[in-house]
Design a protein around this ligand. Structure first.
Ligand code: ATP
Ligand code: MG
Length: 232
């Protein structure tokens, strides 16, 4: 799904987002990077429609109406229902009226691919942070969304779990042609899985480029960010 953002503005006590034009390519993985507070989550939540914009528009395949049944967001703080992991994973299929037997098959499949089969009976609230992150991702992937929005899916995960999640995202992107927009603070992760890069600073787009071009960019602000220096 192609996503386009135009003349987007969002303010609280001050302006936190001001984007003239930004588009996300269909079937690609775009990483949004930028300092803390630069507006990454605000942008992702506006695209997800979980947050209202003040001005501007977001187009999904050139339409203003968000195709909610074909898209999903995994929030920065995973929220899971106070129920078993199996119920959490089944939910997106249940509300789509998928037959019970198919649901159980899909639950088993996604659980196996993320190595969480042993957790199916556990209550989601009892899981560790890493386990919660995997279950949240599994719940997002189970209905094969066309647009997947991920807010720091690998934050505070160990290298092995990070690698499991990155491989799953790469696989899903290849197999289902899912458009993925993910926020990350890990430039190594962006290098490993992204096709495209967006750098935000103070609510504005500083750079939007292919990954290859981004990491070679001579722009002083982009170079500073890549080198881990403070942006002003
Ligand atoms: N509900 C809110 N009320 C007031 N200010 C808010 C609210 N939500 C976000 N902000 C402000 O908007 C700005 C952008 O926040 P946002 O969460 O989008 O940043 P971010 O780039 O995702 O940061 P991080 O990397 O820390 O997650 C910040 O200055 C934040 O304080
Ligand atoms: Mg954030």
């Amino acid at each position: 799904m192609r996503v386009e953002v135009r003349d987007l503005r969002k303010s609280y006590d001050k302006e936190v987002l001001n984007i003239k034009e930004l588009s996300f390519k269909e079937g690609r993985i775009t990483a949004i990077v930028g300092p803390n507070g630069s507006g990454k989550s605000t942008l992702l939540n506006i695209i997800a429609t979980t947050l209202n914009k003040d001005e501007g528009e977001v187009l999904y395949d050139q339409k203003a109406k968000a195709p909610l049944s074909q898209m999903t967001i995994v929030f920065q703080k995973p929220y899971l229902f106070d129920a078993s992991v199996r119920s959490n994973l089944s939910y997106p299929l249940k509300i789509r009226h998928i037959p019970k037997e198919t649901i159980e098959k899909e639950v088993q499949k996604i659980a196996a691919s993320l190595n969480i089969t042993d957790l199916l009976k556990k209550n989601a609230h009892d899981l560790s942070i890493g386990e919660k992150a995997k279950v949240s991702l599994a719940r997002a992937l189970i209905f094969k969304p066309e647009l997947l929005l991920l807010d720091e899916p690998c934050a505070s995960l160990d290298p092995f779990t990070t690698s499991e999640i990155e491989k799953t995202l790469g696989f899903i992107n290849q197999k289902e042609k899912t458009t993925i927009i993910l926020i990350t603070h890990d430039l190594g992760e962006a290098k490993r899985i992204a096709d495209e890069m967006v750098l935000l600073n103070k609510g504005r787009v500083v750079s939007k480029n292919s990954k290859e071009a981004f990491f070679k960019d001579e722009d002083p602000l982009v170079k500073k960010f890549i080198n881990g220096e403070l942006l002003i």
